[in-house]
Design a protein around this ligand. Sequence first.
Ligand code: ZN
Length: 500
Amino acid sequence: MATRWETARSVWLEDERSGQFELAESAGLGAVDWRGGAAGRAADVAHLLGASLPAACAHSLIYPEGFAFCPECGKALARPAAPPRPEWWGAGVGEALPKHVPQGLPVTALALAAGLESRAAALAPKPDLALPAAPNAICVFAAANFGFAVQRLLALAYTRNVLQYWDPVARLWHVMAPQEGAASLQFATADYGWLPAVASTRPGDVAIVPAATGLVRLLIDPVGETYRTEPVFDGVLASAPGATRRQIACLVAGAAGTCLWTASPDGADPEVLLCEREGDAGGSGPIPAGGWSRPLYYDGKLIWLHDAGHLVWLPGAPPQWLAWPDGWAPRLNFGGPVQSRDGRLWLIGHDGQAYSFLELGVARGQIEAIAGARLGFGTLLYRRGHPVLNDPWDTETVEDQSENESLVLPLLQNFNGVRNQPAGLVLRFEHYTGRVESALDSLVIQKTSVEWIGQRNVRLDDIIRLARPAECQPFVYDNCLWLHHPDWNRIRGWRLKAVS
Ligand SMILES: [Zn+2]
Protein backbone atom coordinates (compact mmCIF):
# COMPACT_ATOMS: atom_id res chain seq x y z
CA MET A 1 0.00 0.00 0.00
CA ALA A 2 1.12 3.53 -0.70
CA THR A 3 0.05 6.90 0.65
CA ARG A 4 -0.52 9.56 -1.98
CA TRP A 5 0.93 13.05 -1.41
CA GLU A 6 0.10 15.92 -3.75
CA THR A 7 2.22 19.04 -4.09
CA ALA A 8 1.60 22.06 -6.34
CA ARG A 9 3.50 20.41 -9.15
CA SER A 10 3.78 16.70 -8.40
CA VAL A 11 2.17 13.57 -7.02
CA TRP A 12 4.27 11.34 -4.73
CA LEU A 13 3.62 7.85 -3.39
CA GLU A 14 4.93 6.86 0.05
CA ASP A 15 5.44 3.12 0.46
CA GLU A 16 3.88 2.31 3.82
CA ARG A 17 6.28 -0.50 4.56
CA SER A 18 9.60 0.99 3.50
CA GLY A 19 8.77 4.67 4.03
CA GLN A 20 10.36 5.47 0.64
CA PHE A 21 8.82 8.18 -1.54
CA GLU A 22 8.55 7.82 -5.27
CA LEU A 23 7.52 10.38 -7.87
CA ALA A 24 4.33 9.38 -9.68
CA GLU A 25 3.59 12.56 -11.66
CA SER A 26 5.18 15.94 -12.18
CA ALA A 27 3.94 18.77 -14.35
CA GLY A 28 5.34 18.65 -17.88
CA LEU A 29 7.30 15.43 -17.47
CA GLY A 30 4.81 13.09 -19.12
CA ALA A 31 4.91 9.53 -17.85
CA VAL A 32 7.40 9.52 -14.98
CA ASP A 33 9.95 6.74 -15.23
CA TRP A 34 11.04 6.87 -11.57
CA ARG A 35 14.72 6.22 -11.20
CA GLY A 36 15.20 8.54 -8.26
CA GLY A 37 15.61 5.58 -5.97
CA ALA A 38 18.49 4.28 -8.05
CA ALA A 39 21.83 4.70 -6.34
CA GLY A 40 22.97 8.27 -6.52
CA ARG A 41 20.06 9.78 -8.46
CA ALA A 42 17.88 10.99 -5.57
CA ALA A 43 20.00 14.01 -4.73
CA ASP A 44 20.10 15.31 -8.31
CA VAL A 45 16.36 14.78 -8.75
CA ALA A 46 15.63 16.63 -5.49
CA HIS A 47 17.66 19.61 -6.77
CA LEU A 48 15.84 19.56 -10.13
CA LEU A 49 12.35 19.45 -8.63
CA GLY A 50 13.05 21.54 -5.55
CA ALA A 51 12.19 18.49 -3.41
CA SER A 52 13.57 17.72 0.06
CA LEU A 53 16.39 15.41 1.13
CA PRO A 54 17.04 13.60 4.42
CA ALA A 55 19.46 15.36 6.74
CA ALA A 56 19.28 13.72 10.18
CA CYS A 57 17.56 10.40 9.40
CA ALA A 58 17.47 7.83 6.62
CA HIS A 59 13.78 7.02 6.32
CA SER A 60 13.58 7.93 2.62
CA LEU A 61 16.11 8.88 -0.05
CA ILE A 62 13.92 11.83 -1.11
CA TYR A 63 10.78 13.67 0.12
CA PRO A 64 8.17 15.71 -1.78
CA GLU A 65 8.64 19.42 -2.54
CA GLY A 66 8.05 21.62 0.50
CA PHE A 67 8.50 18.89 3.12
CA ALA A 68 10.37 20.36 6.08
CA PHE A 69 10.21 17.31 8.39
CA CYS A 70 10.38 13.56 7.90
CA PRO A 71 6.81 12.20 8.34
CA GLU A 72 8.27 9.05 9.89
CA CYS A 73 10.39 10.53 12.69
CA GLY A 74 9.81 14.30 12.57
CA LYS A 75 13.47 15.17 12.05
CA ALA A 76 14.31 18.22 9.90
CA LEU A 77 14.93 17.72 6.18
CA ALA A 78 17.35 19.53 3.86
CA ARG A 79 15.79 21.69 1.15
CA PRO A 80 18.41 22.20 -1.55
CA ALA A 81 18.55 25.65 -3.11
CA ALA A 82 20.82 27.04 -5.77
CA PRO A 83 21.38 30.65 -6.75
CA PRO A 84 20.24 31.58 -10.28
CA ARG A 85 22.97 31.38 -12.91
CA PRO A 86 23.26 33.00 -16.34
CA GLU A 87 22.22 30.64 -19.13
CA TRP A 88 24.50 29.45 -21.92
CA TRP A 89 23.50 28.14 -25.36
CA GLY A 90 26.73 28.86 -27.20
CA ALA A 91 28.34 32.28 -27.41
CA GLY A 92 25.98 34.91 -28.71
CA VAL A 93 23.08 32.46 -29.02
CA GLY A 94 19.88 33.28 -27.16
CA GLU A 95 21.53 36.22 -25.41
CA ALA A 96 20.27 39.77 -25.36
CA LEU A 97 23.16 41.49 -27.14
CA PRO A 98 22.95 45.16 -28.14
CA LYS A 99 21.46 45.71 -31.62
CA HIS A 100 24.76 46.73 -33.18
CA VAL A 101 26.41 43.42 -32.19
CA PRO A 102 25.88 40.57 -34.69
CA GLN A 103 24.08 37.54 -33.19
CA GLY A 104 25.64 34.18 -33.98
CA LEU A 105 29.32 35.11 -33.64
CA PRO A 106 31.25 33.85 -30.58
CA VAL A 107 30.48 37.10 -28.73
CA THR A 108 28.96 37.06 -25.24
CA ALA A 109 27.79 39.90 -23.02
CA LEU A 110 28.03 37.83 -19.80
CA ALA A 111 30.17 39.52 -17.16
CA LEU A 112 33.33 37.43 -17.49
CA ALA A 113 36.08 40.04 -17.40
CA ALA A 114 35.96 41.17 -13.77
CA GLY A 115 36.48 37.72 -12.30
CA LEU A 116 39.21 36.64 -14.70
CA GLU A 117 41.13 39.92 -14.70
CA SER A 118 41.33 39.96 -10.91
CA ARG A 119 43.28 36.68 -10.86
CA ALA A 120 46.82 36.87 -9.53
CA ALA A 121 49.53 36.46 -12.16
CA ALA A 122 51.09 33.01 -11.96
CA LEU A 123 54.36 31.66 -13.32
CA ALA A 124 52.74 28.33 -14.06
CA PRO A 125 49.04 29.12 -14.50
CA LYS A 126 46.54 26.32 -14.32
CA PRO A 127 42.76 25.86 -14.28
CA ASP A 128 40.87 25.98 -10.99
CA LEU A 129 38.66 23.01 -11.77
CA ALA A 130 38.12 20.16 -14.21
CA LEU A 131 35.08 18.32 -15.50
CA PRO A 132 35.46 14.91 -17.10
CA ALA A 133 34.86 15.20 -20.83
CA ALA A 134 31.52 13.81 -22.00
CA PRO A 135 31.89 10.29 -23.45
CA ASN A 136 30.93 11.61 -26.91
CA ALA A 137 33.23 14.60 -27.10
CA ILE A 138 32.18 16.29 -30.36
CA CYS A 139 29.27 18.20 -28.93
CA VAL A 140 27.55 21.50 -28.23
CA PHE A 141 26.78 22.64 -24.69
CA ALA A 142 23.74 24.23 -23.10
CA ALA A 143 23.50 25.31 -19.46
CA ALA A 144 20.04 26.40 -18.37
CA ASN A 145 17.21 25.57 -16.00
CA PHE A 146 15.09 24.05 -18.79
CA GLY A 147 12.03 24.80 -16.64
CA PHE A 148 13.41 23.10 -13.50
CA ALA A 149 14.51 24.51 -10.14
CA VAL A 150 18.25 24.46 -10.87
CA GLN A 151 20.56 24.89 -13.82
CA ARG A 152 21.92 21.79 -15.52
CA LEU A 153 24.46 21.17 -18.28
CA LEU A 154 23.71 19.25 -21.49
CA ALA A 155 26.20 18.11 -24.15
CA LEU A 156 24.54 17.15 -27.42
CA ALA A 157 26.81 14.97 -29.56
CA TYR A 158 25.21 15.90 -32.88
CA THR A 159 27.42 13.70 -35.04
CA ARG A 160 26.40 10.60 -33.08
CA ASN A 161 22.81 11.30 -32.00
CA VAL A 162 23.72 11.17 -28.30
CA LEU A 163 22.31 13.53 -25.69
CA GLN A 164 24.42 13.69 -22.51
CA TYR A 165 23.40 15.11 -19.13
CA TRP A 166 25.83 16.17 -16.41
CA ASP A 167 24.74 15.14 -12.92
CA PRO A 168 26.80 17.53 -10.78
CA VAL A 169 25.87 15.78 -7.52
CA ALA A 170 27.13 12.36 -8.61
CA ARG A 171 29.74 14.03 -10.91
CA LEU A 172 28.77 11.75 -13.79
CA TRP A 173 27.66 12.13 -17.39
CA HIS A 174 24.43 10.23 -18.10
CA VAL A 175 23.41 9.32 -21.62
CA MET A 176 19.73 10.19 -22.01
CA ALA A 177 17.61 7.56 -23.75
CA PRO A 178 15.29 8.57 -26.61
CA GLN A 179 11.60 8.07 -25.83
CA GLU A 180 9.66 6.08 -28.40
CA GLY A 181 9.29 7.97 -31.67
CA ALA A 182 12.02 10.55 -30.93
CA ALA A 183 13.74 11.86 -34.07
CA SER A 184 17.45 11.26 -34.62
CA LEU A 185 19.39 14.32 -33.45
CA GLN A 186 22.21 13.59 -35.86
CA PHE A 187 23.08 16.56 -38.07
CA ALA A 188 26.16 16.80 -40.24
CA THR A 189 24.84 18.60 -43.34
CA ALA A 190 26.18 21.98 -42.22
CA ASP A 191 27.69 23.70 -39.18
CA TYR A 192 25.62 22.95 -36.10
CA GLY A 193 23.23 25.52 -34.64
CA TRP A 194 20.04 25.46 -32.55
CA LEU A 195 17.34 27.87 -31.43
CA PRO A 196 17.24 27.88 -27.62
CA ALA A 197 13.92 27.78 -25.78
CA VAL A 198 14.95 30.83 -23.77
CA ALA A 199 11.47 32.13 -22.99
CA SER A 200 9.77 28.75 -22.61
CA THR A 201 8.13 27.84 -19.33
CA ARG A 202 7.53 24.19 -20.28
CA PRO A 203 9.59 21.89 -18.06
CA GLY A 204 12.25 20.15 -20.13
CA ASP A 205 12.08 22.47 -23.14
CA VAL A 206 15.62 22.73 -24.54
CA ALA A 207 15.65 24.10 -28.09
CA ILE A 208 14.49 23.75 -31.67
CA VAL A 209 17.24 21.60 -33.15
CA PRO A 210 18.15 20.29 -36.60
CA ALA A 211 17.38 16.58 -36.95
CA ALA A 212 17.35 13.82 -39.52
CA THR A 213 13.65 14.47 -40.16
CA GLY A 214 13.80 18.27 -40.29
CA LEU A 215 13.50 20.71 -37.40
CA VAL A 216 12.27 19.36 -34.06
CA ARG A 217 11.63 20.70 -30.59
CA LEU A 218 13.83 18.85 -28.07
CA LEU A 219 12.40 18.18 -24.58
CA ILE A 220 14.24 16.39 -21.78
CA ASP A 221 13.05 14.43 -18.76
CA PRO A 222 16.05 14.42 -16.43
CA VAL A 223 14.12 12.39 -13.83
CA GLY A 224 13.70 9.45 -16.20
CA GLU A 225 16.92 10.38 -18.05
CA THR A 226 15.09 10.42 -21.39
CA TYR A 227 14.28 12.92 -24.13
CA ARG A 228 11.55 13.31 -26.72
CA THR A 229 11.04 15.43 -29.82
CA GLU A 230 8.11 17.22 -31.42
CA PRO A 231 8.14 18.04 -35.14
CA VAL A 232 8.40 21.70 -36.19
CA PHE A 233 9.29 21.24 -39.87
CA ASP A 234 9.34 17.92 -41.75
CA GLY A 235 11.78 17.85 -44.64
CA VAL A 236 15.43 17.84 -45.61
CA LEU A 237 17.57 20.60 -44.09
CA ALA A 238 20.41 22.33 -45.92
CA SER A 239 21.62 24.44 -42.96
CA ALA A 240 21.21 25.11 -39.26
CA PRO A 241 18.23 27.30 -38.33
CA GLY A 242 18.43 30.98 -37.44
CA ALA A 243 16.07 33.51 -35.92
CA THR A 244 15.14 37.10 -36.58
CA ARG A 245 13.24 39.03 -33.93
CA ARG A 246 9.86 37.72 -35.11
CA GLN A 247 10.58 34.63 -37.20
CA ILE A 248 12.66 31.48 -37.40
CA ALA A 249 14.15 30.34 -40.70
CA CYS A 250 16.24 27.56 -42.19
CA LEU A 251 17.64 26.66 -45.61
CA VAL A 252 15.91 23.51 -46.84
CA ALA A 253 15.88 21.27 -49.90
CA GLY A 254 12.95 22.10 -52.19
CA ALA A 255 11.80 20.73 -55.52
CA ALA A 256 13.49 23.65 -57.28
CA GLY A 257 16.71 23.47 -55.25
CA THR A 258 17.68 25.07 -51.96
CA CYS A 259 15.05 27.46 -50.62
CA LEU A 260 14.25 29.20 -47.34
CA TRP A 261 11.65 27.91 -44.89
CA THR A 262 10.33 30.38 -42.34
CA ALA A 263 7.67 30.39 -39.61
CA SER A 264 6.70 32.06 -36.34
CA PRO A 265 8.98 31.14 -33.40
CA ASP A 266 6.52 28.38 -32.40
CA GLY A 267 6.52 26.94 -35.93
CA ALA A 268 3.10 28.33 -36.88
CA ASP A 269 2.35 29.99 -40.26
CA PRO A 270 5.15 28.28 -42.21
CA GLU A 271 6.16 29.59 -45.62
CA VAL A 272 8.72 28.46 -48.20
CA LEU A 273 10.51 31.19 -50.18
CA LEU A 274 12.45 30.74 -53.41
CA CYS A 275 15.92 32.28 -53.42
CA GLU A 276 16.84 34.97 -55.93
CA ARG A 277 20.23 34.97 -57.56
CA GLU A 278 21.94 38.33 -57.77
CA GLY A 279 25.30 39.31 -59.10
CA ASP A 280 26.29 36.00 -60.65
CA ALA A 281 23.91 35.92 -63.67
CA GLY A 282 23.12 32.32 -62.78
CA GLY A 283 26.59 31.24 -63.83
CA SER A 284 27.95 29.83 -60.60
CA GLY A 285 25.96 26.60 -60.28
CA PRO A 286 23.12 25.68 -57.94
CA ILE A 287 22.67 27.14 -54.46
CA PRO A 288 24.46 24.67 -52.13
CA ALA A 289 22.41 21.99 -50.35
CA GLY A 290 24.83 21.78 -47.40
CA GLY A 291 28.11 23.01 -45.96
CA TRP A 292 26.68 26.30 -44.65
CA SER A 293 27.99 28.09 -41.58
CA ARG A 294 25.72 28.71 -38.60
CA PRO A 295 23.67 31.79 -39.53
CA LEU A 296 24.27 35.32 -38.26
CA TYR A 297 21.57 37.83 -37.51
CA TYR A 298 22.54 41.44 -38.00
CA ASP A 299 20.88 44.66 -39.13
CA GLY A 300 17.55 42.87 -39.55
CA LYS A 301 19.06 40.24 -41.87
CA LEU A 302 19.88 36.56 -41.55
CA ILE A 303 23.14 35.59 -43.29
CA TRP A 304 24.44 32.09 -44.03
CA LEU A 305 28.04 31.83 -45.30
CA HIS A 306 29.40 29.16 -47.63
CA ASP A 307 32.65 28.48 -49.49
CA ALA A 308 30.82 29.43 -52.71
CA GLY A 309 28.96 32.55 -51.57
CA HIS A 310 26.46 33.80 -49.02
CA LEU A 311 22.71 33.86 -48.65
CA VAL A 312 21.09 36.98 -47.23
CA TRP A 313 17.50 37.28 -46.10
CA LEU A 314 15.75 40.45 -45.02
CA PRO A 315 12.22 39.41 -43.95
CA GLY A 316 9.68 40.87 -46.36
CA ALA A 317 12.00 40.46 -49.36
CA PRO A 318 13.08 37.30 -51.22
CA PRO A 319 16.25 35.62 -49.92
CA GLN A 320 19.26 36.48 -52.07
CA TRP A 321 22.11 34.22 -53.07
CA LEU A 322 25.28 36.24 -53.56
CA ALA A 323 28.21 34.33 -55.06
CA TRP A 324 31.75 35.48 -54.14
CA PRO A 325 33.68 37.46 -56.76
CA ASP A 326 35.48 35.31 -59.36
CA GLY A 327 38.72 33.89 -57.98
CA TRP A 328 38.05 35.04 -54.41
CA ALA A 329 37.85 32.25 -51.81
CA PRO A 330 36.71 32.95 -48.23
CA ARG A 331 38.66 31.72 -45.21
CA LEU A 332 35.68 30.66 -43.12
CA ASN A 333 37.90 28.95 -40.53
CA PHE A 334 39.80 32.18 -39.69
CA GLY A 335 37.06 33.07 -37.18
CA GLY A 336 34.09 34.79 -38.76
CA PRO A 337 32.81 38.11 -40.03
CA VAL A 338 34.44 41.22 -38.58
CA GLN A 339 32.90 44.62 -38.08
CA SER A 340 34.23 47.95 -39.36
CA ARG A 341 33.84 51.19 -37.44
CA ASP A 342 30.84 52.19 -39.55
CA GLY A 343 29.10 48.93 -38.56
CA ARG A 344 29.41 46.96 -41.81
CA LEU A 345 30.36 43.26 -41.76
CA TRP A 346 33.36 41.90 -43.67
CA LEU A 347 34.78 38.47 -44.37
CA ILE A 348 38.43 37.59 -44.96
CA GLY A 349 39.42 35.67 -48.07
CA HIS A 350 42.16 35.23 -50.66
CA ASP A 351 42.09 36.00 -54.38
CA GLY A 352 45.06 33.81 -55.32
CA GLN A 353 47.48 36.73 -54.89
CA ALA A 354 46.68 38.26 -51.51
CA TYR A 355 44.27 38.33 -48.60
CA SER A 356 41.46 40.85 -48.53
CA PHE A 357 38.25 41.72 -46.68
CA LEU A 358 34.99 41.60 -48.65
CA GLU A 359 31.91 43.53 -47.53
CA LEU A 360 29.03 41.17 -46.68
CA GLY A 361 25.30 41.40 -47.31
CA VAL A 362 25.35 43.25 -50.63
CA ALA A 363 26.01 42.31 -54.26
CA ARG A 364 29.44 43.43 -55.50
CA GLY A 365 30.56 44.38 -51.99
CA GLN A 366 33.55 46.64 -51.38
CA ILE A 367 36.99 44.98 -51.09
CA GLU A 368 39.77 46.12 -48.76
CA ALA A 369 43.24 44.71 -49.41
CA ILE A 370 45.45 43.55 -46.52
CA ALA A 371 49.02 42.31 -46.42
CA GLY A 372 48.64 39.10 -44.38
CA ALA A 373 46.22 36.73 -42.70
CA ARG A 374 44.13 37.99 -39.75
CA LEU A 375 42.30 35.79 -37.26
CA GLY A 376 39.17 36.70 -35.35
CA PHE A 377 35.57 37.86 -35.59
CA GLY A 378 33.41 40.76 -34.42
CA THR A 379 35.88 43.38 -33.20
CA LEU A 380 38.38 40.89 -31.71
CA LEU A 381 40.93 40.56 -34.49
CA TYR A 382 44.66 39.73 -34.59
CA ARG A 383 47.47 39.85 -37.10
CA ARG A 384 49.94 37.27 -35.79
CA GLY A 385 50.49 38.19 -32.11
CA HIS A 386 49.23 41.78 -32.41
CA PRO A 387 45.69 43.13 -32.01
CA VAL A 388 44.03 45.01 -34.86
CA LEU A 389 42.00 47.89 -33.44
CA ASN A 390 40.00 50.39 -35.48
CA ASP A 391 39.03 49.00 -38.90
CA PRO A 392 39.78 45.36 -39.74
CA TRP A 393 42.19 46.37 -42.53
CA ASP A 394 44.08 48.92 -40.39
CA THR A 395 47.68 48.35 -39.31
CA GLU A 396 47.98 46.14 -36.24
CA THR A 397 48.91 47.71 -32.89
CA VAL A 398 52.38 46.55 -31.85
CA GLU A 399 52.82 46.67 -28.09
CA ASP A 400 55.50 44.01 -27.85
CA GLN A 401 57.86 43.29 -30.80
CA SER A 402 58.45 39.73 -29.58
CA GLU A 403 54.85 38.91 -30.45
CA ASN A 404 55.92 38.93 -34.12
CA GLU A 405 56.80 35.31 -33.45
CA SER A 406 53.48 34.25 -32.03
CA LEU A 407 50.06 33.75 -33.54
CA VAL A 408 46.81 34.54 -31.73
CA LEU A 409 43.52 32.74 -32.38
CA PRO A 410 40.49 34.44 -30.74
CA LEU A 411 37.93 32.00 -29.32
CA LEU A 412 35.39 34.18 -27.50
CA GLN A 413 34.78 37.91 -27.41
CA ASN A 414 33.38 39.47 -24.26
CA PHE A 415 31.31 42.43 -25.40
CA ASN A 416 32.14 45.49 -23.32
CA GLY A 417 31.10 48.39 -25.56
CA VAL A 418 34.65 49.71 -25.93
CA ARG A 419 35.87 49.24 -29.48
CA ASN A 420 39.53 49.99 -28.82
CA GLN A 421 39.70 47.78 -25.74
CA PRO A 422 38.41 44.38 -26.95
CA ALA A 423 38.19 41.63 -24.35
CA GLY A 424 37.93 37.90 -24.60
CA LEU A 425 39.52 34.48 -24.57
CA VAL A 426 42.31 33.69 -27.03
CA LEU A 427 44.89 31.01 -27.76
CA ARG A 428 48.45 32.22 -28.30
CA PHE A 429 50.71 29.85 -30.25
CA GLU A 430 54.20 30.67 -29.05
CA HIS A 431 57.16 30.75 -31.45
CA TYR A 432 54.95 29.88 -34.37
CA THR A 433 55.96 31.59 -37.57
CA GLY A 434 54.46 29.13 -40.05
CA ARG A 435 51.41 29.59 -42.24
CA VAL A 436 48.16 30.46 -40.52
CA GLU A 437 46.30 27.81 -42.57
CA SER A 438 48.67 25.09 -41.27
CA ALA A 439 48.19 26.13 -37.64
CA LEU A 440 44.44 25.70 -38.00
CA ASP A 441 44.77 22.36 -39.72
CA SER A 442 46.22 19.12 -38.40
CA LEU A 443 49.66 20.46 -37.51
CA VAL A 444 50.53 19.86 -33.83
CA ILE A 445 51.44 23.15 -32.16
CA GLN A 446 54.07 22.58 -29.49
CA LYS A 447 53.20 25.32 -27.02
CA THR A 448 49.98 27.27 -26.69
CA SER A 449 48.88 29.57 -23.92
CA VAL A 450 45.24 30.17 -23.02
CA GLU A 451 44.90 33.89 -22.35
CA TRP A 452 42.27 36.33 -21.22
CA ILE A 453 42.64 39.64 -23.06
CA GLY A 454 41.15 42.78 -21.54
CA GLN A 455 42.06 45.72 -19.36
CA ARG A 456 44.57 43.30 -17.94
CA ASN A 457 45.84 40.27 -19.88
CA VAL A 458 45.93 37.09 -17.81
CA ARG A 459 47.55 33.80 -18.80
CA LEU A 460 45.14 31.05 -17.69
CA ASP A 461 46.91 27.87 -18.74
CA ASP A 462 49.57 26.37 -21.00
CA ILE A 463 48.80 23.56 -23.42
CA ILE A 464 51.51 21.29 -24.71
CA ARG A 465 50.89 19.81 -28.17
CA LEU A 466 47.59 21.06 -29.57
CA ALA A 467 46.05 20.13 -32.92
CA ARG A 468 42.93 21.60 -34.57
CA PRO A 469 42.88 24.55 -32.15
CA ALA A 470 39.69 26.01 -33.63
CA GLU A 471 37.83 23.02 -32.12
CA CYS A 472 38.43 24.54 -28.68
CA GLN A 473 35.01 25.44 -27.36
CA PRO A 474 34.52 27.84 -24.44
CA PHE A 475 31.33 27.75 -22.42
CA VAL A 476 29.97 29.20 -19.19
CA TYR A 477 28.37 26.97 -16.57
CA ASP A 478 28.07 27.06 -12.78
CA ASN A 479 29.98 30.31 -12.35
CA CYS A 480 32.97 29.07 -14.35
CA LEU A 481 34.42 29.62 -17.78
CA TRP A 482 35.18 26.21 -19.26
CA LEU A 483 37.30 25.20 -22.26
CA HIS A 484 36.65 21.94 -24.06
CA HIS A 485 38.51 20.26 -26.92
CA PRO A 486 37.41 16.88 -28.34
CA ASP A 487 40.95 15.48 -27.82
CA TRP A 488 41.07 16.26 -24.10
CA ASN A 489 39.72 13.94 -21.42
CA ARG A 490 39.15 16.84 -19.00
CA ILE A 491 37.38 20.13 -19.53
CA ARG A 492 39.44 22.99 -18.06
CA GLY A 493 37.56 25.47 -15.82
CA TRP A 494 38.28 28.90 -14.28
CA ARG A 495 36.05 30.41 -11.61
CA LEU A 496 34.19 33.64 -12.40
CA LYS A 497 33.94 35.17 -8.97
CA ALA A 498 32.13 38.25 -10.16
CA VAL A 499 29.31 36.55 -12.06
CA SER A 500 26.16 36.45 -9.97
ZN1 ZN B 1 13.03 10.23 9.39
